[in-house]
Design a protein around this ligand. Sequence first.
Ligand code: NAD
Ligand code: ZN
Length: 411
Amino acid sequence: MQMALTAGVNGSRMDTLDAAPVAVACYAQRFTVTYEYQVHFTERLFEPANSLLADVVERLEPERRHRCLVFIDQGLLDSRPELPDEITAYARHHWARLALVAPPITVPGSERIKNELFCIEQIQRQVFEHGIDRHSYVIAIGGGAVLDAVGLVAATSHRGVRLIRVPTTVLSQNDSGVGVKNGINLYGVKNFYGTFAPPFAVLNDVDLLTPLAERDKVAGMAEAVKVALIRDGSFFAWLERAADDLITFRRPALVAMIQRCAELHMRQIAHGGDPFETGSARPLDYGHWSAHKLESLTKHHVRHGEAVAIGIALDARYSVLAGLLAEGQEERICALLEHLGFRLWHPALEAKRSDGSVALLEGLREFREHLGGELTVTLLEGIGRGIEVHEIDETRMLAAMRWLQARDGTP
Ligand SMILES: NC(=O)c1ccc[n+]([C@@H]2O[C@H](COP(=O)([O-])OP(=O)(O)OC[C@H]3O[C@@H](n4cnc5c(N)ncnc54)[C@H](O)[C@@H]3O)[C@@H](O)[C@H]2O)c1
Ligand SMILES: [Zn+2]
């Protein structure tokens, strides 16, 4: 009997079964997966009159009751102890569409949740014990660290359950929360363990930022300066004009800054050509090779955003020394960062390894290793124009560092 296989794999014809078997073969497999998620900006998210969350959970399957498991950042809870009750009342009000499988669960905030593996295990266990499946929702409410950690568990439990992010810091609303990455720190390396996993939706509520410490409000602004510098010179000029309103956290300025920054990040992810960073470039990580290292060197006493501000300033000065950026522009960048409240020096920048070399420079190797391939660092050739380079001259980088130190007035 002759059995002809007419179906091929992506157009390649498979041989008929009665032809002589071929021991060595290669079938080309290729498919495309489209991702789509909405990033909403709202106010008073958990007021029963605001139906956004209930609308979002039923987007794909209306007229069903959707099971949700909520995790809340301890840091947020300390300032908003009534939040779990508000969420429970919200679910009760929208009971026909939304069911909490358990009262909201508190998780540690800040880098602690990303540094301790047992935190991940505990979140996993909750997902398991409450029977969260691929049609249920994990709702993560918190800063970037909580979203990264809970996001990792959501992405890996049952090979991926739906995640709704509710970012509650400036940084997570304008940067990390709207993106496609999650992860935790392992072996002292930032984000060593994680996945690329787009969320189901992101709900940014400006009211949730109110209790945030001033230090954390300011820290998140570094990412706005970063994305403006690499992508949008007019946004940078707007940040300069709006700086007085931003440092007093005036709501219209804060909302405008967060929305523009989120938009630029989202555009880069969707249209930058490499959303899952398979190449060697990480354009959104301008200023980050040193920032990540500085965070580790200070055992995370320096906030991510604070370290990014220093990284931005360092690479701006290096860009000038490398002849890429016009002299004086680095000063303009530093002036904006300082106006926003950042200090552009930290003693850990000078930390030495046992062989006497500057520990910060290790960050370049770690940055390359994170993606593999050749070293690719984004520098500046103008305000609003990033440029990728594949080599960093360490002597020049040390000169940039000394320039920052001298500006700071530190001996
Ligand atoms: N996944 C990504 O693409 C991505 C991108 C950038 C940064 N990140 C990660 O994000 C993390 C930093 O996030 P972050 O800047 O949001 O800091 P964070 O998550 O460390 O939060 C800072 C502090 O604020 C507290 N907090 C959170 N919300 C609060 C609120 N509304 N009121 C009061 N306190 C609140 C937290 O408990 C914590 O103590 C880092 O781990 C960084 O690596 C991830
Ligand atoms: Zn960042």
